[in-house]
Design a protein around this ligand. Structure first.
Ligand code: GUN
Length: 295
């Protein structure tokens, strides 16, 4: 049986990062501007710690000025808003990212909306969401995960998705909704599914492009997939599995990879698919923020 091409997000992200590093060197040389990325992390969530470390490492490799503010889990809303205000005013900071999720006592929306839209490299500010929804992508910041997914979809199918059905499983503000806007802009016919969708497998089977972003390990089975579909797996789920009789932790996506790869034409692996691309797109957004700035 034919098996799907495995989309190497890690290699593509590495190529992107090295191109970003070259452009950064020219920006520093020509305009004396060093892209500055500041990441704010609150609390000790282990997964967030890993993500932030990877972001900082890539930022340094790109030649950015990379700064991290680590606040205790008991940090107050006021303290965080004061920090964001000072970062908004700091000309050496081009991109500000507050790692989510935040501890429950904090108002996530008020915090993400306090970041200046011009420094909102996550693309979470309503102004950037509005631009994306309206199709004004030239000066918007697009959320990094869907932007990275889109580049991988373009590699498989080209920039014009006319006539193709795209199905997104998951309606989050971080992935599902912005993904829909990007696919729509590329002329795909888009369906967003969620926990209240009737007969999800039947809807998924209609997809030429299937994006899974629900956070449930191996939920999407082989028989949910249309033969020849391009499958993008956004999930990162830690599961415990027996290996040689011993329990072992393993990262898996929202798609049952072994089943899906026998049906799809191309599929992203977990790890090594969407994850590295998300980080590369954060670098691209930060570089754009620096290029657009006057400082
Ligand atoms: N937590 C999980 N994904 C993201 C992301 O893309 N940005 C931020 N800020 N936090 C996240």
């Amino acid at each position: 049986m034919a098996t799907a091409a495995i989309i190497d997000g890690k290699a593509k992200a590495a190529e992107l990062s090295s191109a970003i590093a070259k452009t950064t060197a020219a920006l520093i040389n020509d305009r004396k501007v060093t892209p500055g990325l500041t990441v704010v992390i609150v609390g000790e969530d282990p997964a967030s710690q890993v993500y932030v470390r990877n972001k900082q490492r890539t930022a340094k490799a790109c030649g950015f000025n990379s700064v991290q503010h680590s606040l205790g889990a008991d940090a107050t809303q006021d303290k965080i808003l004061t920090l964001i205000d000072s970062l908004n005013k700091d000309e050496s900071v081009h991109g500000i990212l507050v790692q989510l999720p935040l501890p429950v006592h904090l108002d996530e929306q008020a915090i993400t909306q306090a970041i200046l839209p011009a420094k909102d490299v996550d693309g979470f500010h309503f102004q950037n969401i509005g631009k994306l929804t309206a199709g004004h992508l030239d000066d918007a910041f697009v959320p990094c995960t869907p932007a990275g997914c889109m580049l991988m979809i373009e590699d498989q199918l080209g920039k014009d998705l006319s006539g193709l059905n795209a199905v997104i499983i998951g309606r989050s503000n971080i992935v599902g909704k912005p993904m829909a806007s990007l696919l729509l802009k590329a002329n795909a016919t888009v369906t967003i599914c969620h926990s209240r969708t009737k007969d999800l497998p039947a809807v998924a089977r209609n997809a030429d492009i299937l994006v899974a972003a629900v956070g449930r390990a191996k939920m999407v089975k082989g028989d949910w997939i249309k033969p020849g579909a391009v499958v993008i797996d956004v999930g990162i789920n830690r599961i415990e599995e027996e290996l040689d009789g011993k329990p072992k932790n393993r990262l898996v996506g929202d798609v049952d990879f072994d089943e899906a790869k026998a049906v799809a034409s191309a599929i992203t692996p977990v790890p090594g698919g969407v994850g590295p691309m998300t980080i590369a797109l954060l670098m691209l957004n930060t570089l754009s923020a620096a290029e657009r700035s006057n400082s």
